[in-house]
Ligand binder design. Structure first.
Ligand SMILES: Nc1ncnc2c1ncn2[C@@H]1O[C@H](COP(=O)(O)OP(=O)(O)OP(=O)(O)O)[C@@H](O)[C@H]1O
Ligand SMILES: O=P(O)(O)OC[C@@]1(O)O[C@H](CO)[C@@H](O)[C@@H]1O
Length: 305
């Protein structure tokens, strides 16, 4: 089974406006509420791909009830830990030429609430994979993802981590199945700026040397790289009207893990992952299976090393 762990889920409140002027009253053209959070997005795309998953995470308060109601429309299986605080609301402001995101902090997680989640994690075993993604709410320390990586690995399960900085580096010795920094996050990890694809590939290999099994480096409208110890592959990003950048990276992870669990084939998984990422970029919400199938035909994977 694939488990997604969203420590800090959200209601994504997506506002479309012509323009925003700070310091003035701005009125929206349209608004929509979506069940959000990186792992939640992974579970939603997995559902489109006809792959089952169980979504884990902390959900609470009146906003938590609304979150559950919104997610129920996607028929994602859940085993959330109920918390006292309110699930956050993340505001996504879209104008014709840019997107601005204001993400809430999330509820403070108590030791008891964390223990409840850790009990669920303890049930995960061989043949399972856990996708851990997104920020952690107050109350969870730096060690949170590391503890889970250690525990699931000891139980014979695989894990995928989509986070940044030290929290990502700390989990590498436990051999994540795949990591997916975007090229900016990868550059930040080494306090550098990339001038070429070769430099990006070398940096990705440094993460493989520290323990990651595969590195997916996403590059938004420039496509993505799949880097393994002995090869590197690039895929194109098809051109179309970009409607949404929220969740493209999560969609890519979903496509990769959903396909990898069925095929064990990293290249096939990369191709589907890229299709899911671009398909979401070309959709108002996350991609549908029909959009993913169309975009898949427009993507070519090429070995470049
Ligand atoms: N403008 C775009 N046009 C075509 N494909 C895109 C575009 N943006 C993203 N994609 C596809 O989706 C993948 C993931 O996007 P991106 O690199 O933006 O991830 P990310 O930074 O993790 O995004 P986010 O955090 O917003 O989900 C890209 O590698 C690419 O394949
Ligand atoms: O604050 P975090 O946890 O880093 O990111 C949360 C978030 O921006 O990520 C998803 C898109 O990737 C959204 O659904 C959600 O609002």
């Amino acid at each position: 089974m694939i488990y997604t762990l969203t420590a800090n889920p959200s209601i994504d409140y997506v506002l479309q406006l012509q323009a925003v002027t700070l310091g003035e009253v701005n009125r929206v053209q349209t608004d929509v509420k979506l069940p959000g959070g990186k792992g939640i997005n992974v579970s939603r795309i997995l559902k489109e791909l006809n792959s089952d998953s169980v979504a884990l995470g902390f959900v609470g308060g009146l906003t938590g009830e609304m979150f559950n109601q919104l997610l129920s429309q996607n028929q994602v299986q859940t085993a959330f830990t109920k918390v006292n605080g309110d699930t956050r609301i993340n505001v996504k402001i879209k104008t014709d030429h840019e997107e601005t995101e204001i993400n809430g902090q999330g509820p403070t997680i108590s030791d008891l609430e964390k223990a409840d989640l850790m009990q669920k994690i303890a049930q995960i075993g061989p043949k399972d994979v856990v996708v851990m993604a997104g920020s952690t709410p107050p109350g969870l320390d730096q060690q949170f993802y590391l503890d889970i990586a250690q525990q699931v690995t000891e139980h014979g399960a695989e894990f995928i981590i989509d986070t940044t900085g030290q929290a990502l580096l700390d989990t590498l010795p436990f051999h994540p199945l795949v990591i997916k920094p975007n090229h900016h996050e990868l550059a930040d990890l080494f306090a550098t700026q990339f001038q070429s694809l070769d430099e990006i590939i070398s940096a990705a290999r440094r993460l493989l040397n520290k323990g990651a099994q595969h590195a997916l480096v996403s590059m938004a409208g420039d496509g993505a790289l799949l880097v393994t110890n002995d090869a590197a592959y690039k895929c194109n990003a098809p051109k179309d009207v970009v409607k949404n950048s929220v969740g493209a990276g999560d969609s890519m992870i979903a496509g990769f893990v959903g396909t990898y669990m069925k095929t064990n084939d990293p290249l096939a998984s990369f191709h589907v992952g890229a299709a899911c990422g671009s398909a979401t970029a070309f959709s108002e919400d996350l991609a549908t299976i029909d959009k993913i199938k169309t975009v898949y035909q427009q993507i070519t994977v090429t070995q470049i090393q």
